[in-house]
Design a protein around this ligand. Structure first.
Ligand code: SF4
Length: 489
């Protein structure tokens, strides 16, 4: 599907005899945040042991691997690589031995100055074993002259910039930290006497833990025999929590940044209905991500919502494209229209975002083929016009349909009767604190954390290369790469 790709999910627990098993369950709940690899490191108080593998949580662990992870503390990770290749060496947790003792780390986010820090470390003789941006933290920690693991961690983290929620472990402590801008979420929970850290509260629900609060932006929490300790060792910074967590990434049964994702997402749909009403007979969500917004759209518009598109949940990463002659199934493998709901109706399709537009176009075509009289596309966020540099996998700007096309051009390309996006003001009005607490860079192109000049130049150059096709200047929409794709479908 034509979506931004989730980043990673992190989990940690201190003070429970079943720590590795509970981490395994927690990672199950966070599987939507990364499907390429999964890993768990556990400590029995003296030694950290590690098990990690490529694939889903279910593939990565079995009873034997979990039994090899004894102890009352553990951290775990599901990964989708946003920096570094997809291979097991890059999977997290990363575990090392150092002058400060053993250390394990999991990362959700992207360090924007990892390249320059890495270059500096390599010049000084460091040898890197992975190309994960997280390894720079490991080197900075190991080389820190501060005394004690907590001070060494603060020293290391002070030297990196960007988006990070780290969950870390020494043989007798579990620690969690959010970057001072608070890009990525990290929640604290309690299970009996045990403390838990996780990207989303749906992981707490699965293991029967209670949500206590979020780790605050710039806060380092230390879980040990003495309980929970909070440190604020970093200079405060303007908050820039990722609004796309609410729009798409997080599960609707989670709380992120202290708010119910379901409630925010439903409110996005209500606001969208007020801003971009449609004269229609039925609201149809594009499953699963459009469901909450469609409920809100239906609430506000009074138009009934029906599940007019059914998703096949069993199409995974491993779907093998059939040979060319029978490849024309396209999106039909994943979605199928319900003709009895759609036929003869004026349909409003509600989705959370449009990235390249290729999938949306196929869905509109499919809904028309099922007999829709009109198809109106409504999107519960503003046009996506810029890539993310904070830990989310996004295409280059030149591939984002809204970056290079007007609303009317997008409507024509999708072959919809109308297209409406939520406004930026509408989006930020649906979250507590509004723009002042959130990053909305993929909708504005205004970035809260600067990049090193060479990295920005490299990425920006790719966006602005003259060899990229120019945006069309006529009303006839010509998208050479997209046209090719649509012919294949
Ligand atoms: S640019 Fe978009 S996806 Fe990236 S952190 Fe900001 S809001 Fe989230």
């Amino acid at each position: 599907m034509d979506k931004f790709r989730e980043e990673c999910g992190v989990f940690g627990i201190f003070g429970h005899g079943e720590s590795a098993n509970l981490t395994y369950l927690g990672l199950y709940a966070l599987q939507h945040r990364g499907q390429e690899s999964a890993g768990i490191a556990a400590s029995d108080g003296t030694q950290i042991r590690l098990s990690k593998a490529m694939g889903y949580v279910n593939d990565a662990f079995d009873a034997n691997s979990l039994a090899s992870l004894p102890g009352e503390m553990a951290i775990g990770h599901v990964r989708y690589s946003t920096a570094g290749e997809s291979k097991v060496a890059n999977a997290h947790p990363i575990v090392i031995d150092s002058v400060h003792g053993q250390f394990a780390i999991c990362h959700n986010g992207n360090l924007v100055n990892a390249g320059e820090v890495r270059e500096m470390l390599v010049r000084e003789g460091a040898i890197f074993q992975t190309n994960s941006d997280t390894e720079v933290i490991v080197h900075l920690y190991a080389r820190s002259r501060e005394v004690g693991s907590e001070r060494a961690i603060v020293d290391a983290i002070s030297q990196v910039r960007g988006a990070f929620s780290f969950v870390m472990m020494t043989p007798n402590r579990v620690m969690g930290v959010r970057d001072p801008h608070g890009f990525r979420p990290l929640a604290i929970g309690k299970l009996g006497d045990a403390w838990v850290l996780c990207s989303e509260t749906c992981a707490l629900d699965l293991i029967g833990a209670r949500y206590v609060r979020d780790v605050e932006p710039g806060e380092l929490v230390v879980l040990s025999e003495s309980g929970i300790k909070s440190l604020k060792p970093f200079a405060p910074a303007p908050q820039a929590q990722c609004i796309f967590e609410h729009v798409y990434f997080a599960r609707p049964d989670s709380y992120v940044f202290g708010e119910s994702v379901n409630e925010v997402r439903t409110e996005l749909g209500r606001t969208l209905a007020q801003e971009c009403p449609a004269d229609a007979d039925v609201i149809v969500p594009i499953p699963d991500s459009g469901v909450c917004a469609a409920v809100g759209f239906s609430d506000a518009s009074g138009i009934p919502m029906r599940m007019g598109l059914i998703r096949n949940h069993y199409v995974g990463r491993t779907f093998i494209q059939p040979q060319q002659s029978i490849r024309h199934f396209g999106v039909k493998v994943k979605l199928n229209p319900v003709r009895s709901i759609i036929e003869g109706k004026r349909v409003v399709l509600v989705d959370d975002s449009i990235v390249r537009g290729t999938t949306s176009r196929k869905i509109v075509r499919m809904v028309r083929a099922a007999g829709a009289r009109e198809v109106h596309m409504r999107i519960s966020c503003p046009p996506t016009v810029s890539p993310c540099f904070y830990g989310v996998d996004t295409p280059r700007r030149s591939e984002l349909i809204a970056a290079t096309h007007t609303l009317e051009e997008i409507r024509k390309y999708l072959n919809a009767d109308s297209v409406g996006y939520l406004s930026h003001e509408g989006l930020t009005s649906c979250v507590r604190g509004g723009q002042s607490r959130y990053c909305t860079s993929c909708y504005t192109g205004v970035y809260p954390v600067a990049f090193p000049r060479d990295e920005a130049a490299y990425l920006q150059l790719a966006l602005k290369l003259n060899s990229e096709p120019e945006p069309p200047t006529t009303t006839e929409v010509v998208l050479p790469s997209l046209e090719k794709d649509s012919i294949a479908s």
